[in-house]
Design a protein around this ligand. Sequence first.
Ligand code: NI
Length: 183
Amino acid sequence: MSIRDILKMGDPRLLRVAEPVHDFDSPRLHQLAADLWDTMHAAGGVGLAAPQIGVNLQVLVFGIRENSARYPQASRIEPTVLCNPQIVCLGNEMNDDWEGCLSIPGLRGLVTRCSHIRYQGMDLYGDPIEREARDFHARVVQHEHDHLQGRLYPTRMRDLRQFGFSEILQLQQEQQDAAAVQE
Ligand code: NI
């Protein structure tokens, strides 16, 4: 197990369409998943895709404990390794929320995503996974799945004015909240 370097936006390896996994339960695949977990936890993220560590395979890890320091409002998402994922949106409801990405450190953007999805794929052993997800869980899976298509969240944004540095955006939010309390 090891912590790997995370590729940053601008690296063309983040723009490739990843290859499907064919060889399940292999030492190489187990090693990849272990490295993804180590790297994600070290960086404090809630999800990571294999292309972000330079491996062009359709493998994602995601999960969040309750009371996460970085995402205090988020409810628990079961830690999951997902290979060859497919997503369908259920219903027409979309929602906007702020996203960050370990490949775009320090920045956040407002992204529109499907509120309710079904996703399916396989675990490390080739056994099927099929789940429905809503809201934050649905957003995380859609964001990570995009990495397998060579897409980063700014390409999903509708309004690039809603894009900025996390520390500045947080300051704005705190000022707005303070103003709202005074009113
Ligand atoms: Ni990302």
